[in-house]
Design a protein around this ligand. Structure first.
Ligand code: SF4
Ligand code: SF4
Ligand code: SF4
Length: 224
């Protein structure tokens, strides 16, 4: 795995400044709004839970699993290793714009000139055209910036992302898998029966403890 060209150790899941770690105050006003640092700590821990495998997850997986066990609350999340990028996260959410968004784990990113999450896989590496119609993203949510030739940084404007998974599919099939989907808990209504979970063909929707709601793919793998 390549390091970022500027040597900065980064774990950035949100490129817009909105805090991904915020729990939804509409659901539980007592929950503490977490700092970005504590979010990273949480998702790293989440990766470790994932790495432990079936035991812990098996207790909470299922499309209509109990939402509370004792004092523990659960929220919906996507297991990025199960997701097959079918596209239904964009269309099945009860919200007008899905609560599912693409996130970018810079610890996995190769900063590629020909990013297969940004360009179609048939793009000519010597004639890369960044015109909107030549990009994979249908909403122009991904920005490409030259950071240090031949490296490029790709950032996601979450406000434009509809969770369609096109970029995730390209990055997963031909790249490092640095782009993946997560349910954003500052948006998700945490429906008792999540309609995306019901439609998901790969059982990628799981329930996680509300105080540990995200899965950081890179760090999770590193702990295995
Ligand atoms: S519905 Fe399931 S498989 Fe399809 S994009 Fe969403 S999480 Fe991935
Ligand atoms: S391709 Fe789809 S999932 Fe990826 S950033 Fe664009 S809208 Fe979001
Ligand atoms: S729980 Fe409801 S709001 Fe959240 S992702 Fe599923 S359908 Fe959308």
């Amino acid at each position: 795995m390549r390091r970022p060209p500027d040597g900065r150790p980064r774990i950035a899941m949100d490129q817009t400044g909105s805090d991904m770690s915020e729990t939804n105050p509409r659901r539980d006003p007592k929950q503490v709004r977490l700092s970005r640092r504590s979010f990273v700590t949480q998702v790293v821990r989440g990766g470790a839970v994932l790495a432990l495998g079936g035991g812990a997850l098996g207790l909470v997986a299922g499309k209509s699993a109990r939402r509370r066990t004792g004092d523990v609350r659960y929220v919906w999340q996507i297991d990025p290793w199960r997701c097959t990028q079918c596209g239904q996260c964009a269309t099945e959410c009860v919200l007008d714009v899905s609560a599912v968004k693409c996130v970018h784990d810079f610890t996995l990113c190769g900063y590629c000139k020909l990013c297969t999450g940004f360009f179609p896989p048939y793009a000519d590496i010597d004639q890369l055209d960044t015109a909107a119609e030549k990009q994979l993203c249908p909403t122009g949510a991904i920005t490409r910036k030259d950071v240090d030739m031949p490296y490029y940084e790709y950032t996601i404007d979450e406000s434009k992302c509809i969770g369609c998974s096109r970029c995730v599919k390209g990055c997963t099939q031909y790249g490092n898998g640095a782009l993946y989907l997560q349910v954003r808990h500052d948006r998700c209504l945490n429906c008792n029966e999540c309609s995306i979970a019901a439609a998901c063909p790969s059982d990628a929707f799981i329930l996680r403890p509300a105080d540990d709601p995200y899965i950081l793919k890179g760090k999770g793998r590193a702990r295995i």
